[in-house]
Ligand binder design. Structure first.
Ligand code: ADE
Length: 248
């Protein structure tokens, strides 16, 4: 998968060299290219922003550098290949596990993290005419820029790529993963030692009884979801829950 990121703070994306994403890059599973937007400015101050039409506080990112940057990056793709443009903005649609799964199946994503009050609207309109453009929010809070959301989204997407996680099964039970645990948060986990500061391990986990362990994990997931995210239970088709869940 190819990922391009256009930003005025390329150094903010340095964590993409570390850990899971860094290793996926080193192995050639991810081709990550970070670009400095100011490279596509032509004045001596490398201006990327200007005052908003209609007045108001803050600055707006000018369309010209974005247009030149995106034209050049899009043209650099293989013959006929077009990226999905991912625009981080608090005004976007929510970034969910479902969207991470969808985006992880695309061969090429271009991220456009903005600073200030955002990018001149005409840029989004222009590219939406011939590209798949997704305006995406990582949550109901406002950050100073889209770079941290790009780190969040790239990590969520990269770990879904085949061969990136060590154990292919390890996202099967993730919170929000499709399947049996859909719409349930993952429950608690334990490792050695069997006793720590006087605290033991739930007996069932030591029983070796796979059926009972699966049931216990589901009950714990259900309990945690009721406690922390009742909205997830409410939006789920009641048919997805069994008799035992309802007793929990
Ligand atoms: N830029 C600023 N805040 C954001 C958010 N919550 N999601 C995506 N991009 C953003």
């Amino acid at each position: 998968m190819r990922l391009d990121v256009v930003t005025i703070f390329p150094e903010y994306l340095e964590p993409l060299n570390v850990s899971l994403v860094g290793k996926a890059r080193a192995r050639g599973q991810l081709d990550v290219r970070v670009h400095d937007l100011r490279q596509w400015t032509h004045d001596k101050h490398n201006t990327v922003d200007d005052t908003p039409y209609g007045g108001g506080p803050g600055m707006v990112m000018k369309p010209e550098p974005w247009g030149e940057a995106l034209d050049e990056i899009i043209a650099s793709g293989a013959e006929g290949q077009q990226p999905v443009l991912v625009v981080p903005t608090p005004s976007g649609k929510p970034f969910t596990q479902e969207l991470a799964v969808e985006l992880s199946a695309k061969p090429w994503l271009v991220f456009t993290p903005a600073r200030y009050e955002g990018i001149d609207r005409r840029v989004i309109e222009e590219y939406a005419e011939h590209l798949d453009v997704r305006e995406v929010s990582i949550g109901d809070y406002v950050l100073a820029g889209g770079e941290a959301p790009v780190l969040v989204m790239v990590e969520a997407i990269a770990r879904l790529l085949p061969g990136v996680l060590g154990n292919a099964e390890s996202h099967r039970d993730d919170s929000f993963a499709p399947g049996a645990m859909a719409d349930l948060l993952e429950g608690p986990v334990y490792t050695k030692p069997p006793e720590w500061r006087g605290r033991g391990i739930p007996d069932v986990l030591l029983s070796g009884h796979h059926g009972k362990i699966a049931r216990w994990r589901r009950d714990e997931a259900f309990r945690r979801t009721v406690q922390n995210r009742p909205d997830l239970i409410e939006r789920t088709d009641p048919a997805a829950f069994d008799k035992k869940d309802r007793e929990t």
